[in-house]
Design a protein around this ligand. Structure first.
Ligand code: MN
Length: 197
């Protein structure tokens, strides 16, 4: 149960000018790292509790497990979802499925951006494939783990915590969202969708 910080699939400066090197270094090296550490700690404390048969703090550590585990997972997807060669509109399975379930790419993009801009406080916007419902859905989360719809597999995620944009974009949330579309790695989204089907 030892989780580790994954390496980025590109150098820190690779997403410039849309995502600054300084912001990416901090976001990955400090923020994501803290979620990995928090997840390891929660797993360790729960293992100790099982060994000792002392579950007096189980509520606390279960919450920590959900928060840090979701933080670790979503950041891992977030890095994979971006590429210096990203942007544009999807082709292949993601394009077809978006057409079928979400009224096409332009409507999808508008809803996704609007949901991101409408978030209050810290959260994420997520394009998910729901295996049982057999359709795409755009969901949002508060923090990393609240408002989850069980069974929904995230394909494309956007971090809307202030630490994700404030250093470069300050209070201009809409500018960050617009710039981020230039980084979206649709090949990765297609790969994730094909794995999730
Ligand atoms: Mn983040």
């Amino acid at each position: 149960m030892n989780y580790s910080l994954p390496e980025l699939p590109y150098p820190y400066e690779a997403l410039e000018p849309h995502y600054s090197e300084q912001m990416l270094r901090l976001h990955h090296g400090a923020h994501h790292k803290a979620y990995v550490d928090g997840l390891n700690k929660a797993e360790t404390r729960l293992q100790e509790a099982r060994k000792e048969g002392d579950f007096s703090l189980v509520k606390h550590w279960e919450r920590e497990l959900a928060f840090h585990g979701s933080g670790h997972m979503l950041h891992t997807l977030f890095w994979e979802n971006m590429s210096p060669q990203g942007g544009g509109s999807p082709e292949g399975p993601a394009a077809k499925q978006i057409e079928k379930d979400l009224e096409g790419f332009e409507a999808f993009k508008k809803q996704f951006s609007a949901a991101a801009a409408a978030l209050e406080g810290s959260g994420w916007v997520l394009l998910c494939w729901h295996k049982r419902f057999h359709r795409l859905m755009i969901l949002t989360s508060e923090k990393h783990q609240n408002l989850t719809l069980w069974g929904a597999e995230p394909l494309l995620v956007l971090d809307m915590w202030e630490h994700a944009y404030y250093l470069q974009y300050h209070n201009k949330k809409a500018d960050f969202i617009e710039a981020w579309w230039n980084l979206v790695n649709w090949d990765d989204v297609n790969r994730k969708l094909e794995e999730a089907y």
